[in-house]
Design a binder for this molecule. Structure first.
Ligand code: NAD
Length: 266
């Protein structure tokens, strides 16, 4: 499938996990890729792997999505290198562990800054130019099942992901009201076998304050180990993007449900 030839996809958190899966799926369709990630050391290897596999142009741009200036710089690098931006995947995210009242303000702010404001900064830095071009485009935000259902002991994550679902709905409506040819999707995966999810115990146990925290981290790690592969998630996310303008896509059961279907089920 080569329907993205000549298009440019920007993927935050693109050096690993679901972001890299999205980049692989977009590159397979012929898109040139901008990989943005805070892990500067992983970017070049990820970019080289994509170039070798798909023969598309790829650049890696070290980016902290919590920093609005970094997203402006990412947009500048994208337009300087490729002269266009067609698909923006606001995907970078981190998690946290702990009961709401035990979570430090520092942790609350860090998760919200990356998981929610990362998407906001992406939209603010890219949308004006994408709109100005008048060309069809896509914004795809990675939320989580934790953005749809109550999720204990990771409230900063759940709050951010619920807000990403809300943000995506507002943006979809705003663009529709403007008659803009830019579609918005929000994807809400369950367990995907990525380094972050599989390594939950290793990554977050230093913050654990109770046995419940540790149990939750272990459950997440085990479920992710058995979860969907990130490449497969990337393919599903690309087809969700292509099919609809506002998609809620929890995996496990219906990765294809639209927001209307989801409301019917609730
Ligand atoms: P991952 O850790 O494998 O990949 C996340 C990438 O984001 C990493 O490369 C990391 O370096 C990068 N990153 C972290 N902080 C950043 C920052 N401040 N700026 C730029 N890049 C940053 O994790 P993943 O599981 O692939 O997660 C990707 C997205 O999917 C996240 O938003 C996560 O919340 C969401 N998600 C994951 C799962 C799952 O089961 N894996 C489920 C639901 C939602």
């Amino acid at each position: 499938m080569e329907n993205c030839k000549g298009k440019v996809a920007i993927v935050t958190g693109g050096a690993s996990g679901i972001g890299f899966g999205i980049a692989q799926a977009a590159a397979r369709r012929g898109a040139d890729i901008v990989l943005a990630d805070i892990a500067a050391d992983k970017l070049e290897a990820a970019a080289a792997a994509l170039r070798d596999a798909a023969g598309v142009r790829v650049i890696g741009v070290p980016t902290d999505v919590a920093d609005p200036g970094a997203l402006d710089a990412l947009a500048e690098a994208t337009y300087r290198e490729f002269g266009r931006a067609d698909m923006l995947f606001n995907n970078a995210g981190i998690s946290s562990i702990g009961a709401s009242w035990e979570t430090s303000l520092e942790c609350w702010r860090k998760v919200v800054d990356i998981d929610l404001f990362g998407c906001i900064h992406g939209i603010r830095s890219f949308l004006p130019k994408m709109l100005e071009s008048g060309e069809p485009g896509y914004v795809v935000n990675t939320a989580s099942l934790a953005g749809l259902v109550p999720t204990p002991h990771m409230a900063p994550y759940a709050v951010s992901k619920h807000a990403v679902v809300g943000l995506s709905g507002s943006l979809a409506q705003e663009l529709r009201m403007q008659g803009a040819p830019i579609k918005v999707a929000v994807v809400c995966p369950g367990y995907i076998a990525t380094p972050q999810a599989k390594g939950s115990v290793e990554l977050y146990s230093a913050d654990a304050k109770s046995d419940i925290d540790l149990q939750i981290l272990t459950t997440i790690g085990n479920a992710a180990e058995a979860g969907m592969k990130p490449e497969e998630a990337g393919e599903i996310i690309l087809s969700a993007m292509e099919k609809g303008d506002f998609w809620i896509a929890p995996n496990g059961a219906p990765f294809r449900a639209s927001i209307e279907d989801l409301h019917k089920e609730m």
